[in-house]
Every structure is written in C-alpha cells, then in structure tokens.
Design a protein around this ligand. Structure first.
Ligand code: IMP
Length: 453
C-alpha cells in the first residue's frame, strides 16, 4: 500500500464532463479553509473547461483556467506545468475574479513558468484544420489540441519564453503557424478567433500579435515563476498545508482512456499530477481520489453516442429539471441512463478511491431507476472499451432499482435521514464499483449535500 499524504484530495470528473465537480471542490475546500492553508492546484487543460460560481450576493463568475480555490482567503492557487494557458483569457478571468471580491485577489496566484501557451495562433489553426478533418470531431475552439501537439513536436512556447519576452521565439512560433494556416488555405492574420468574453478578434499581423502578447504578459509576469521548490516544501508539511487538486474535464474525455474520438488532448486522470509537478506529487499518495458522477443519469455533448441514450419524454424531463444545456452554447445535452460499466472502467484507470454523487434530487417516483450493469453483443456478455465504434455495437444490460422521493432526499442532512431507496442505490453503486461514496449533493447550494461518514 502506498503511503497516504494527509490533507490531500484530487477531484476529477468520473464520466464525460459537466458532472458538477466545482460543487464538490467547494465543499472540500470549505472544510479545510481556516484549519490549513489550502493549495489549489490545476494540472491539465486550459480555457476549454468552465464552471460558474454563484455568490450569496447573486454575483456570478465563470471560471475557466483558474480552480475554485481562487476565492479562498489566503489560499495558494497554482496553474501547473501540464496546463495550456491563454494569457488574454487569463486576464479577462482575473478581472472577473477581482470584481467579484471588491477588486481584491483573495488567493496568492502562481503560474508555473513551464506551463505551455495556447494562443490565438492555435485557435486559428484549429478552426482551419477542422475544414480538412473528415467527420470532424469538434472541439471547444480554444486551441487546446494544437498547444499540446506543440509539446509532442518539441516546439512549444512556454510561460518562461514570455518572461522576459523572447521576441525571437514568438516570431518563429507565429511564422510556423502562418505557414501551417496558409498550407491549409487560410490567412493567419485575418482568421477570427474567440475570446472568453464572447468577442471575436483577428489574430492580426506578427507585429499586432506580438504587441498584444507583450502587453498581456506585462500584467501576468509577476505571477509566473518556478514552482517546484514551493510545492516540494508545502507537500512535506502535512499539518499546515491542504492540497486540493482540481482536474479539468473528465476521465471519459482523457486522451488515452476516454471514449475515442470525442476526447480532449490532456491527461484528465489523477496521473497527470505526477508529471505536472515534476514528480513531486505522486498521485498514489493522495489521500482521497474522488470521481464525481451524476447519480441517476448521465449527460454528454459532442458526437459521442451513449450506449444508454434516452430519447423522448424522460430525456426531456431530466434535461429540463437538471438544466442540461451547454453552459456557453445552450445546446441541449444528450441524456442517458447511468452507465456503471463505463464508470467502473474510468474509476479503475483513474485509480479512484471514492465516488461523489451529484444530482441525487433527479428522481421520479413514477419511473424506476434504470442502471446499466453490463454490455452484451448477441447473447454474450462483453467488456467496456473506450472506443465509440465498439460501443455502437453493444447492447446495455439494465437493472431496475426503486426511485426515491425527491422531497425526502432534498430534506436529508445526513446519511441516516436518506430514504431507504436512496441508501439502497448508494450501496448498490458502491458495491458494483468497489469503492465507497464520499459525499452526495441534491442541489447547487452548500447546504444541499453532505459527506457520508
Ligand atoms: P478540446 O478540449 O477543445 O480539444 O475538445 C475536445 C473534445 O472534448 C470536444 O468533444 C469537447 O466538446 C470535449 N470537451 C472539452 N472540454 C470539455 C468539458 O469541460 N466538458 C465536456 N466536454 C468537453
């Protein structure tokens, strides 16, 4: 058994994203805050992620590249080496974060100087490339995959290249992307790319591109530094420092373990923390590795087809009740029955130690809870494979469980107060997955949910 480092948690999406991770992180962080210094670390993805935090005064802030720990007083927030960051979007996000707290930053922010840049050039390339990709699988348009591809091709621009501003590196980066875009029939300077606040801007000429980047880096520079030594010292002091690793996306979207081809380019499992922290934090030592899952159904965006897809009235009912529409696009998400076969695979490859179930309130007493517990091909039981082509050929095997009362579950303040049917569901899911349930939630507010002792 690996040593366990007290006061350390990683929270990741246990299915295909949009499970409500932020809600779970908020609960965990609030339990540490005041007792320990919270170190909120993010190691993967970039502006492709997003969740909205709502404050008691009604103010809302959409976080994309920053973890939710940024609102914890005296916490330290680290954007790690494994991330792909967009300086312009970081500034927009920082402005929003400050404005929610009377122009104050509550956390100490550090950006790893080795973090990779995902720039307007990458966004432009991605949008032109899409026209050439047969059966294009789509992306969030944030240049995430091209930025990670730069690393594999050994020509990334990293934060350290902009502090101090290395004009030659930026020039050769721009020229490379100009040639790539031109080769695909586009014009880099004229290509329009999205920004976080919904505007669209042109990449611009080399001069314009450099000028913009330079002025953005002027503001960001103080946050950019070497972080490995800080993490090493902080990780050793278990009593003083609580580490909360907030993963972006979900294991079902992982570049190697997710359901191909609708995957993102980063490592969405806890394993990514090892390389992002340059081997300082071994994820096997993290005390709680929690996968967040919607309890009674699943949702999906993009071209993925869930084997447990629900169509018709029930899907519409769940979509409405759980507000399953894209946060930015407002596109209706696909709805499926809970697929424990897929989740068991994601929990295994993510080496998860616990599950957190959100949306326990989405239950209808007139409709049995249908849960996928196996796959069949003809009459043979078959395994899960993270491959859409394969999943299109399997038939789910379902088990029906009794639904519980929405009202009773919403009233429950602890495990004991849960209706029997909800307890039966938690026991069944936990036994099937082979890991315990850490907490459940029944709504977005802090009081709507609890840790199971
Ligand atoms: P990319 O991350 O922009 O490269 O997009 C690759 C795929 O991952 C697309 O199908 C996206 O819709 C999906 N994706 C990326 N981030 C998220 C997320 O936070 N939630 C759900 N899907 C996502």
């Amino acid at each position: 058994m690996p040593d366990v480092r007290k006061n350390s948690v990683v929270v990741c999406g246990g299915a295909y994203g949009d499970e409500g991770k932020g809600r779970i992180v908020d609960q965990i962080v609030s339990e540490f805050a005041g007792r320990q210094r919270v170190i909120a670390y993010r190691d993967n993805g970039g502006a492709n992620a997003g969740h909205t935090i709502e404050f008691p005064d009604g103010k809302r802030v959409a976080l994309h590249q920053f973890p939710s720990g940024v609102f914890i007083p005296d916490s330290t927030v680290i954007l790690g080496k494994g991330m792909v960051l967009h300086p312009g979007d970081l500034l927009l996000e920082l402005a929003d974060i400050k404005s929610a707290k009377h122009e104050k930053l509550l956390a100490d922010i550090m950006i790893d100087e080795m973090a990779v840049l995902a720039l307007d050039t990458h966004r432009a390339f991605e949008s032109i490339l899409k026209q050439w990709q047969t059966g294009s699988k789509g992306s969030t348009g944030r240049g995430i995959a091209p930025a990670y591809a730069d690393v594999l091709l050994r020509h990334p621009l990293r934060m350290r290249d902009l502090k101090p501003f290395n004009s030659d590196s930026v020039t050769s980066h721009y020229k490379l992307y100009k040639a790539l875009v031109k080769g695909l029939g586009g014009n880099l300077a004229n290509t329009e790319v999205p920004t976080l606040n919904g505007d669209v801007i042109k990449v611009g000429t080399l001069r314009e591109f450099k000028k913009r980047l330079k002025s953005q880096m002027k503001v960001l520079k103080p946050y950019v530094r070497s972080v490995d030594g800080f993490i090493e010292d902080a990780w050793k002091d278990k009593e003083k420092n609580a580490f909360v690793f907030e993963k972006a996306q979900a294991i079902g979207l992982d570049s190697r373990w997710g359901v191909y081809p609708d995957v993102t380019a980063s490592d969405t499992t806890p394993a990514g923390i090892y390389s992002s922290t340059s081997g300082v934090v071994n994820p096997d030592n993290i005390e709680l590795k929690i996968g967040v899952i919607k309890a009674t159904y699943m949702s999906s965006v993009g071209v993925r087809v869930l084997p447990t897809l629900i169509q018709g009235e029930l899907a519409e009912r769940i979509r409405k009740d759980a507000n399953e529409y894209g946060a930015t696009t407002k596109r209706p998400r696909d709805i499926g029955y809970l697929d424990l076969v897929a989740i068991k695979f994601f929990a295994k490859v993510g080496k998860l130690t616990h599950i957190a179930f959100t949306h326990m309130d989405i239950t209808y007493e007139d409709t049995p809870l249908k849960i996928c517990v196996g796959y069949k091909k003809t009459s043979n039981e078959v395994l899960f494979k993270p491959d859409q082509e394969y999943l299109n050929t399997v038939k789910p095997v379902y088990k029906n469980l009794k639904p519980w009362s929405q009202q009773l579950v919403a009233k429950a303040k602890n495990y004991k107060q849960l209706p029997k049917e909800a307890k039966d569901f938690l026991k069944f899911a936990s036994d099937y997955l082979g890991i315990p349930v850490y907490m459940i939630t029944t709504g977005p507010k802090r009081e709507q949910g609890f840790v199971i002792d």
